[in-house]
Design a protein around this ligand. Structure first.
Ligand SMILES: [Zn+2]
Length: 345
């Protein structure tokens, strides 16, 4: 006999599947999941308190960063009311927060996900209880598998890598940005493979990194290297297939040139389907493992920060944003602290 949780899960998943295949697409299903998770109280924040600031370079209005003041984000470190394991429930993988068998008791049956299959791999889409942008989803593998990737994009057995899945998901989610934060590069749960997807904010859909990389056009096999940005960025644009092929070939060379320092490196991928013509944009930012939290910073630097939107949750920082003490150059310096050169000098 199915438990109450499993019955509710299957009913919800059947309803969401009907929305997805009935023309709503993945976005339609995820929007319905979001509404469900707001009703059950799992999503703690409707982003009503969020203020966003666009900070322009004083001489060049094409250059900007964004700051987000999001006071509820400070609450996420309070454990989000994780329940202890009740009698009769097994703790799996040391209580990993992304294993479904743990989530059902940790969140007292309130958190539900949507089953998404990408190629050979099963994923669950979970809503983030403290979102950074309108619809903030964590897509995690159904199996407990490490977030480490060892800079390998072509598996020896020909199996698709996580990046193929990340790009395939992005291709189904226009209007979203997706990111993968490597271990030591902002990954909050390094033990379990996961991606973030966030819906673009309606008022400011373009992120500073995208503006900075806008003029670049993909020249085939190579990558575009962005120089006018505080961190080193490689960019690819094209169809999902073209992008995956180009980044895989490029990454093999990158890995070789960086072989002497590879153990110290990690990285972030950012992806979106931003059209026209079903075109994927993929960004890779190399990172130094020892420098996930930039010196003098309070938060982890992950995909959203690298897109140029830095999140603050301390009221003191809001004051500094209001009075202009945190400006374009402050955020440029903030990001520059995690700069890692693309190649060894
Ligand atoms: Zn897990």
């Amino acid at each position: 006999m199915l438990s109450e949780y499993d019955t509710a899960w299957h009913e919800l998943n059947a309803r969401l599947r009907t929305i997805e295949v009935g023309g709503g697409g993945l976005h339609g299903a995820l929007t319905a999941l979001k509404r469900h998770q707001q009703r059950t109280g799992f999503i703690k924040d409707a982003l009503d308190d969020v203020e966003r600031y666009t900070l322009y370079h004083p001489q060049d209005s094409s250059r900007f960063f964004r700051a987000q003041y999001n006071p509820k984000r400070a609450l996420r470190f309070n454990g989000n009311g994780i329940a202890p394991a009740p009698v009769g429930f097994m703790v799996h993988n040391e209580g990993c927060f992304l294993c479904r068998d743990n989530i059902r008791w940790q969140q007292r049956g309130v958190q539900m996900g949507y089953e998404v299959r990408v190629g050979e791999t099963g994923y669950y889409a979970w809503m983030n209880p403290f979102p950074l942008l309108p619809t903030h989803i964590v897509v995690a593998t159904q199996a407990h598998a490490s977030q480490e990737w060892g800079f390998e994009l072509e598996a020896p057995d020909g199996a698709a890598s996580f990046l193929v899945d990340l790009v395939a998901l992005a291709a189904q989610m226009p209007g979203y940005v997706g990111f993968y934060n490597g271990v030591g590069a902002g990954a909050s749960i390094p033990g379990h493979l996961h991606f973030h997807f966030c819906q673009r904010p309606q008022d400011d859909p373009e992120f500073p990194l995208e503006r900075a990389g806008g003029a670049f056009e993909e020249p085939g096999e190579g990558a575009g290297i962005l120089t006018r940005y505080p961190v080193a960025v490689a960019i690819w644009r094209g169809s999902p297939k073209q992008v995956v092929a180009a980044v895989s070939a490029w990454m093999a060379r990158w890995r070789h040139r960086n072989r002497m320092r590879l153990d110290n490196l990690t990285g972030n991928f950012i992806v979106s389907m931003d059209g026209p013509g079903d075109r994927i944009s993929l960004y890779f930012i190399p990172r130094d493992r020892g420098n996930a939290i930039g010196r003098g910073m309070q938060g982890l630097v992950g995909g959203l920060e690298l897109l140029g939107e830095v999140v603050f949750s301390d009221p003191k920082d809001q004051e500094l944003l209001e009075n202009g003490a945190i400006d374009y150059f402050a955020l440029e310096g903030y990001l520059a602290r995690v700069h890692t050169p693309m190649f060894p000098s």
